[in-house]
Design a protein around this ligand. Structure first.
Ligand SMILES: [Zn+2]
Ligand SMILES: [Zn+2]
Length: 400
């Protein structure tokens, strides 16, 4: 066991969760400097929990919205039984394993946990729905990056189960490879929307998730028309680029109801926070997951339409009357596993590698930081949209 590794460790210090929450309310990303994340320059990577497990050395590891929620003390208590502290964050990881570049599929399901027989979702290839996230040969943890036993990508060494590893194709550089995990989440949500030919769609939010969802819709289930709500100019431009041949318009979030009226030829009803269209788009993909975005999704989706929630909502207050009165179906989309596409069953990760390459999603990596500049990196990630950026990642390649 070699000490002397560097890792950012998320510690079990409830007092610092409170401080992080308070600081993040004063300033976006403010929890980064006072929160429960600490740098350890004499980090001891975890022991291997079984004979199959291997050591890997991260190259790039992305910062995800769920990481920012944790760092800022905003995580839902829902996670408590399915994480274990302390953990090293980082689940969007491209790493080295014995001279080979690998990607991690971070969900810690029955295979990684040495649980036999596997639970029904794992047996069906729906890894993200595993029912044994708190059992088996490792500590509780829904994914690598939230589990004490595995380490995580925000470090110079971690461990992985071989079932989690995918070799990176030569045509993907490291920046592209680090986009595969978030692209897999987004495309799982985009396919869950089940857009049929002739149906219209809306995507709310154009950060990493929204942009990758747009690229996935355009590639596999192109809607007849696409409406995108995005806060920032560069996000609206990228949205239209990634929509490719799909007729698309991109507007500021405050314009989404009026734009959906134009798109669907529907009528407006109500005013202010209750403004909506009488009809609406067939399906809306919410890549933000706030009260505001959920309210907008319900305001622009037609009766009996569908809403897919990719953004992590947390504790929020939303008037669900439209869900009832318009018989709208709302479903979540979390991680990935296996997708049904054209009558075939395909691993989401395989599709994500294809999508990242064909849509050039590596360009969404806007900046990388060494672990030593964690605070700068986390603040940049928390304010990415307003700074013209999309994905921020940690870069440990200089350590090799
Ligand atoms: Zn994530
Ligand atoms: Zn399972």
């Amino acid at each position: 066991m070699s000490r002397g590794h560097t890792a950012l460790v998320y510690e079990d210090e409830p007092a610092r969760f409170g401080a992080a929450l308070a600081a993040s309310k004063l300033r976006t990303g403010g929890g980064a400097s006072v929160g429960p994340l600490r740098r350890d320059d004499d980090f001891d990577p975890p022991e291997l929990p079984g004979p199959e497990w291997v050591r890997i050395q991260p190259r790039l590891s992305g910062i995800c919205g769920s990481d920012l929620a944790a760092v800022n003390g905003q995580s839902s208590r829902w996670f408590e039984p399915i994480i274990s502290l302390p953990f090293v964050p980082g689940h969007e990881v491209v790493a080295d394993h014995d001279g080979t570049r690998v990607l991690i599929e971070p969900v810690l399901g029955c295979a990684a946990r040495a649980i036999e027989p596997r639970c029904d979702p794992c047996a069906a290839g729906d890894l993200g729905n595993c029912e044994r996230l708190a059992n088996g040969c490792i500590e509780p943890g829904l994914q690598t990056g939230f589990c004490e036993s595995t380490g995580g990508g925000w470090s110079t060494e971690m461990i992985a189960h071989p079932s989690q590893l995918h070799e990176v194709p030569a045509e993907l550089d490291d920046e592209s490879a680090v986009m595969v995990e978030p692209a897999a989440c987004a495309l799982h949500g985009a396919l869950a929307a089940g857009v049929s030919p002739g149906e219209s769609a809306a995507v709310i939010g154009a950060g990493t998730m929204g942009l990758a969802a747009i690229a996935a819709l355009a590639r596999w289930t192109p809607p007849s028309a696409l409406l995108v709500a995005a806060k920032h100019g560069h996000q609206r431009e990228l949205s239209l680029e990634l929509a490719g041949p799909v007729p698309a318009s991109a507007v500021e979030p405050s314009e989404i109801v009026r734009a959906s009226r134009r798109l669907t030829g529907s009528m407006m009803l109500g005013s202010g926070a209750h403004q909506r269209v009488a009809g609406g788009v067939d399906v809306t993909i919410d890549c933000v997951g706030t009260a505001e975005s959920l309210r907008a999704a319900l305001a622009i989706t037609r009766p009996r339409g569908r809403v897919v929630v990719i953004g992590m909502p947390g504790v929020t207050t939303v008037d669900l009357t439209p869900l009832w009165q318009r018989e709208i179906s709302v479903r979540g989309a979390y991680t990935y596993g296996t997708e049904s596409l054209g009558g075939e069953q395909i691993r989401t990760f395989a599709l994500a590698m294809e999508l990242v390459a064909s849509a050039g999603l590596g360009r969404l990596v806007s900046a990388t930081y060494p672990l030593e500049r964690a605070t700068d990196a986390l603040v940049h990630a928390a304010t990415a949209g307003s700074r013209g950026a999309t994905k921020i990642a940690f870069d440990t390649r200089s350590k090799k």
